[in-house]
Write a protein that binds this ligand. Structure first.
Ligand code: ZN
Length: 464
């Protein structure tokens, strides 16, 4: 998963400027290596069920060992058909808590019949590398690996250990993430390559960099109403479709109270400066300054791209009921999908919904899909300064805005263990070129040189 921030769509008011990025091949040695690793990685179809993650891990292991990693410092832990890879780069203080650099090796399925090119044969064309995973997440996986190999080649010794942690089922169960996060729960900081990143305006100019520092908690609740039913010519007053309809209308119309956190405050302040619409910019500033400003919260909530930043949202997404046109319904089921503000427990949201519906004939059930609750990560000024140094090397003065994802990334498993995690992808891409999970996924070749350098600089600065 990449971006999915609650702000990506909100910031598409790009300034006009010239200076499109060149589309040629990488010109630096680490950039060339990143391209080579990316092409190698795309060619291994690490889709769930195909058992190919260990093969990709083996290729990465060979590169790391060839670059000077001790064989015992590079480990693949098998978990069923997949697994996770860790590579420990020893620092000066071996007892200090390590920095974890997190990326994922697996990709979502791609049907070659639907693609213009084979999704598992890397093709460089028109300034892009095409292939499943080019953006999500093999582009950053390749840049991180090339950066760490380049640093090793320079003889760099970090202040503390740096551990590469490449998961093998981010797109599905996240069992490898969970297991690896437990093994690395003493980490000082996690830099997640699979969130955040740079956005390019239509002309190729960078116009904003997002650092992902939190994500909303995902939750599905199943509502069920049952009844003995009967013949539709003899209706009584206990119709479960009617009861469920009334309940769903209440849910759809309900607004959770607005909330502000240090992260969303920083986001709103930064995003206000990027807004083309002065009314929205003013509401962002007003709400960031005073979260009890209901008018500002409501103005932002009237826009689907902003509502998620100011409150928990719950919406009916599925309904299924009745069994015949001429029968009283015996059962109705509905799904309510919620994106919960970080720090609010799912049980609290369920209690709110139950109270709101206030109908004992309707039962509520939480559907466990493996996602978990997590708090947002603090924006440590020293780490933010290091990120700024790294990003401004490639894009001077670029706005860096902390953001919150609407969905779940590997980071939540560290945040849940109280380890701060920041999404700091080095991919810079235009919104219209962003096809993660979609057809003809592509990565701009021009992002590789500066992207590898961004990873090198951020590590060198943080672990100086
Ligand atoms: Zn991803």
């Amino acid at each position: 998963m990449r971006f999915h921030t609650l702000l990506a769509a909100a910031l598409l008011s790009a300034p006009a400027a010239v200076c499109a990025q060149a589309g040629g091949a990488p010109t630096t040695v680490p950039g060339q290596m990143a391209l080579e690793i990316l092409e190698e990685a795309i060619a291994v179809p690490t889709v769930q069920g195909r058992g190919q993650v260990p093969a990709l891990a083996e290729k990465l292991t060979q590169r790391l060992v060839a670059a000077g990693f001790a064989a015992e410092d590079v480990q693949f832990v098998t978990m069923g058909e997949t697994g996770y890879l860790t590579a420990r780069y020893p620092g000066r203080d071996r007892a200090a808590k390590p920095i974890v650099v997190l990326a994922h090796m697996d990709v979502v399925e791609a049907d070659p019949a639907d693609w213009a090119r084979d999704p598992f044969i890397p093709v460089v064309e028109d300034g892009f590398v095409f292939g499943r995973g080019a953006v999500d997440n093999k582009g950053d996986l390749a840049m991180v690996t090339a950066a760490i190999i380049a640093l090793k080649g320079e003889g760099w010794v970090p202040a503390r250990d740096v551990v590469l942690f490449f998961t093998g089922d981010e797109e599905t169960q996240m069992a490898t993430t969970q297991a690896g996060a437990r093994a690395l729960s003493n980490a000082w900081l996690v830099l997640n390559a699979d969130a955040g990143g740079g956005e390019l305006a239509e002309d190729g100019t960078p116009f904003v960099y997002t650092v992902q520092a939190g994500e909303k908690t995902y939750a599905d609740y199943r509502l069920t109403a049952t009844d003995p039913g009967g013949h539709s010519s003899r209706p009584d007053d206990t119709n479960p479709i009617a009861a469920m309809s009334a309940a769903l209308v209440k849910v759809a119309q309900y607004r959770f109270p607005p909330k502000l956190s240090p992260l969303t405050k920083a986001y709103l302040e930064g995003a206000a400066a990027q807004q083309a619409d002065p009314a929205i910019a003013a509401a962002m500033r007003a709400f960031a300054a005073d979260p009890s400003d209901i008018a500002a919260a409501d103005l932002l909530s009237a826009h689907p791209e902003h509502i998620g930043v100011v409150r928990t949202t719950c919406v009916p997404t599925m309904v299924d009921g009745g069994h015949a046109p001429n029968a009283l319904p015996q059962s109705v089921r509905a799904n309510i999908n919620c994106r919960i503000f970080p720090g609010t427990p799912r049980s609290e949201v369920q209690a709110t919904l139950t109270e709101l519906v206030a109908d004992p004939s309707i039962t509520f059930e939480f559907i466990d899909n493996g996602t978990i609750e997590s708090l947002e990560s603090p924006l440590d000024p020293q780490i933010m300064a290091a990120l700024e140094t790294a990003v401004h090397e490639r894009a001077p003065d670029l706005a860096i805005i902390p953001g919150m994802s609407a969905g779940a990334t590997d980071s939540m498993h560290f945040r849940a263990l109280d380890v701060p995690a920041l999404g700091v992808s080095a991919v810079f891409i235009k919104a219209q070129d962003e096809f993660a999970h979609g057809l003809d996924e592509r990565l701009p070749v021009a992002t590789l040189d500066p992207g590898v350098q961004q990873w090198m600089t951020i590590l060198e600065t943080i672990a100086r």
